[in-house]
Design a protein around this ligand. Structure first.
Ligand code: DON
Length: 564
């Protein structure tokens, strides 16, 4: 049942994209920005035109998304950035939300130990300590070329002057108003004075948000984590019996982490380490699949699909048991991304039969081994940024901080709030991802860069909760195994399996009838075509080919790639 939440989420994403036309492939030489918002991509491209590098552009796009794509773009949430610098080095910035210091292992359970429905998603307790502002500022300070004002001013202008709401945003406001309007400050931003949701053609002006962004421009971290913004956020927490304190905010720091690295058919994969599960699972699945002739079987073939499903089943089982914030729990990363471990994990694979998830436990680790949105950017020098950011569900907790104008996340639901109890994406978890004060909740966000001969080939990532990792897997395999151009690699139908529930979700036209028949004959049960549109993921991606940059906004979303 809970898995329906995922279906609803994907449905919402699909519904908003139904009438959205996206350009197929945008070309450029000197830079490319692909994001879910045309206005935000323009901001990023403009920063590149003015001499900024890919890091400046990604940060400026990130701040702009908080204004133009408020369901997921944010300053009240968190994200991950994977950065490949022109000198070849790769770093990642983790600015995932943290549990407040007063958070407790069982904070979402009643006295009988049962989950209190809705508390981890729609309440002030659902809010993790936001990390986005720390992350964007730290990344910019370390690697940007332009002044801080140059990467925040465009967002301030969009918030202060407003912009015209399009059909896409208007549809979102309409769908989410029943929850948004519970909070007067949220209603004041996203509805007309009479309470009706802003409609296409209306102007969305966000003066309080402009002021908050102005404080960040003036005071950096302190403009958000101390002073007026922090006080407004904590006042809202006190009003709604939330946990975040001034101390939680003042002590928040983004973390620089080494990327997850893997190889796949001569390509190098660099992606996000825990507290994301994305990079680990992506590399683990690619390792399981590498010995198999996926390209030879062909895109959409039963043989390739069967192998991918079985790899997904095993990797997601490991996620549920092993993965969590490595600062709190000893996740066996080195083993999980090891090719020998993948071979051992896939040893019971039967080319003729589906396994059953209930028979696939998590792998045994030998004792000795230890409404999200994605932006892809490349500049002409080879600086490359994969940036995924989120409030968790669309519009997060739906709570706008009164006087500060930004939405708060509901990321606490990404913790395992009770062992083996599905979260909003149907994902299971255990002690590795249990709540603890200051801990970061496990994520599926998978900002990823693929390198060939040491040079960036592809930058990709996606929203979609648990489906993020399988979306990125398929985009990468479409390029490497099937040799697709970028628009096909991103546009082709996707499918998804996540161990539990034991079913395959597929986009319309994803499987031919004889592929479905072949999979069912192997024992794959519950093959479920998404009937509400075209939406698993929204993988705005950039690729470099023959010295040219190609950008694609996923046709499932209403974003845009802008090149120069
Ligand atoms: O971090 C995660 O894995 C989730 N909070 C991501 C949420 C998401 O992708 C929502 N978008 N559809």
């Amino acid at each position: 049942m809970r898995y329906l939440a995922l279906s609803c989420l994907v449905m919402a994403a699909a519904a908003q994209s139904a009438d959205a036309a996206s350009p197929a492939e945008v070309r450029g030489k000197a830079g490319m920005v692909a994001s879910r918002s045309a206005l935000a991509s323009e901001v990023g491209a403009d920063v590149l035109r003015r001499g900024g590098n890919a890091i400046d552009a990604a940060v400026a796009t990130g701040f702009a998304l908080a204004v133009t794509y408020p369901s997921a773009g944010n300053i009240g949430g968190g994200g991950f950035m994977v950065i490949r610098l022109a000198d070849g080095s790769v770093v990642t910035n983790d600015h995932r939300e943290r549990a407040p210091a007063a958070a407790d292992h069982d904070m979402f359970l009643d006295d009988d130990g049962d989950v209190i429905q809705g508390l981890s998603t729609h309440s002030h307790l659902a809010v993790g300590v936001p990390g986005t502002v720390a992350g964007l500022l730290d990344v910019h300070e370390r690697y940007g070329q332009l002044e801080r004002s140059a990467v925040i001013d465009p967002a301030i202008a969009l918030a202060r002057d407003g912009f015209v709401v399009d059909d896409d945003l208007a549809g979102q406001f309409r769908r989410h108003m029943p929850r948004l309007e519970r909070y007067p400050a949220s209603r004041a931003v996203f509805a007309r004075p009479d309470g009706a949701p802003l409609a296409a053609g209306d102007r969305l002006v966000q003066s309080d948000l402009a002021d908050t962004l102005g404080r960040i421009r003036e005071h950096g971290h302190d403009g958000f984590y101390r002073g007026a913004t922090a006080e407004l956020l904590v006042a809202e927490m006190e009003r709604g019996e939330g946990l975040i304190t001034l101390e939680d905010l003042a002590s928040y720091e983004s973390v620089w982490r080494d990327p997850i690295r893997g190889t796949y058919r001569g390509h190098e994969i660099v992606s996000m380490p825990p507290p994301s599960s994305g990079g680990v699972l992506l590399v683990q699945m690619l390792n399981m699949l590498e010995p198999h002739d996926i390209g030879g079987f062909g895109y959409g073939s039963a043989a390739a699909t069967h192998r991918i499903i079985e790899a997904e089943r095993r990797a997601y089982a490991d996620r549920a048991h092993h993965l969590g914030d490595t600062d709190f729990y000893p996740t066996p990363i080195a083993t999980l991304v090891d090719k020998a471990y993948a071979a051992q994990r896939f040893a019971d694979f039967d080319p003729a039969r589906a396994s059953r998830s209930e028979d696939i436990g998590h792998g045994t680790i030998p004792n000795e081994s230890p409404d999200t949105t994605h932006v892809s950017v490349m500049d002409g020098d080879g600086n490359t940024v994969a940036y995924t950011t989120t409030l968790n569900l669309s519009y997060g907790s739906k709570i706008v901080v009164p006087g500060a104008g930004f939405l708060l996340n509901n990321e606490m639901d990404d913790f395992s709030i009770k062992p083996n109890t599905p979260n909003a994406y149907g994902l299971l978890g255990d002690e590795a991802n249990a709540i603890a004060p200051g801990k970061r909740m496990l994520s599926s966000m998978t900002p990823t860069i693929v390198l060939r001969d040491g040079e960036p080939l592809l930058v990709t990532g996606s929203p979609g909760g648990s489906t993020i990792i399988t979306t990125v897997l398929q985009v990468v395999m479409n390029v490497i195994d099937h040799g697709m151009d970028l628009s096909d690699a991103v546009g082709k139908p996707r499918f998804h399996h996540q161990w539990q529930p034991d079913r395959v979700m597929v986009e319309p036209f994803g499987f031919s009838p004889d592929t479905v028949a072949a999979l069912e004959a192997m024992g794959h049960e519950g093959i479920d075509t998404i009937r509400w549109g075209r939406g698993i993921g929204d993988a705005n991606s950039v690729m470099r080919r023959d010295g040219e940059l190609l950008g694609v906004s996923d046709p499932r979303g209403a974003g845009r790639a802008v090149g120069l």
